[in-house]
Design a protein around this ligand. Sequence first.
Ligand code: PLP
Length: 386
Amino acid sequence: MQLSKRLDLFGDEVFAYFNQKRRELESEGRRVFDLSVGTPDFATPDYIKRALVDSAADDANWKYSLHDKDELLQAVCDYYQRRYGVLGITPGMVMSCAGTQEGMQYVCAAIADPGDVALIPDPCYPVFRASTLLAGATPHYYPLTEDHYFLPHVADIPDDVADRAKYMIVSLPANPVGSVGTPKVYSEIIAFAKAHDIVVIHDNAYSDVVFDGPRGGSFLDYPGALDVGVEFLSLSKSFDVTGVRLSFVVGHPDIVAATRKLRGQVDFGKFFVEQDVAIACLTGSLDGVERQRLAYQERRDALCDGLEALGWQRPNCHGTLFVWAKLPHGRRDSAAFAMELMEKSGVIVTPGVSFGPHGEGYVRFALVMDVERIREAVAAIGEAGL
Ligand SMILES: Cc1ncc(COP(=O)(O)O)c(C=O)c1O
């Protein structure tokens, strides 16, 4: 049997490998701190669970869901106003998808033709690269490095590359590097996109996990953003509903319509019960979201303080569920370091290189354990002499 060459675009899943090693350590009775994957450990709030149960009792909600409910589209529009202060979002500028992870494929394929260039951050959330490759586009990586505070620096993108690019994926707060967007960075990106006729796809998965100041905002709040792009509004991390797969493409109506057309060829839409869960998230109190943000910040402090006390450079983390730590003692090989860390201390992290070449020399810690456990993990790293 001969399978498609498309499969050769993708290597082995790094998480699968570390998962396997974790199971081996656990079966040996070793103490393990799994800080490799960004799955929140907070419980899903009761009012969200209730919305699911109530909605499931209605037979009408079990039919093919060929459209987004009007109440859902309106809830997203109202949320943009209430949460981000963004006015002017209308139902035609919103489409639900089964998570940003899935939606990204449709948006990329709706914008790019095979052979087109796409601007992707390096290091980045691996889905950006995968969606680009599945669309047949050619990634051009723009680096997120320490010398520019791990932020996009569009002035370094060569003009001839920019002129051939169809879209640019921007995701701030940034997984894995923990940087947070600034008005200056966004205005540079929007001006650059306009100058080179590039669509900006902004992934806003961590707008509710921004530290040391006010809550995160929306890309669509910046002047000109709605002329050049769309944003993914994911409910996964803010409301601890990662398994329900709730995200939205929001922004330029032509891009939303094109994405809807493409997706409609292969998918009937979000289960109505899940749509009602989304409405509960979007219309409910945001107090829990704020409490959670502060809890993540305490975890960030415990981890960064602890690593610094062990002699590591203080890691970068102004937002997201992730701490981006430069390897200590002049080490460079992130995969070898992560393996040694796991074997000697039981702490599992993700090697930076798995997020792109500029991730080499770093590892990513996920803030998915409470402060006490994080302190124990740091102590284990110290005892292992790392
Ligand atoms: C940058 C980024 N975008 C999107 C997602 C996933 O979002 P969703 O659950 O909406 O697919 C993640 C999850 O880790 C992420 O890190």
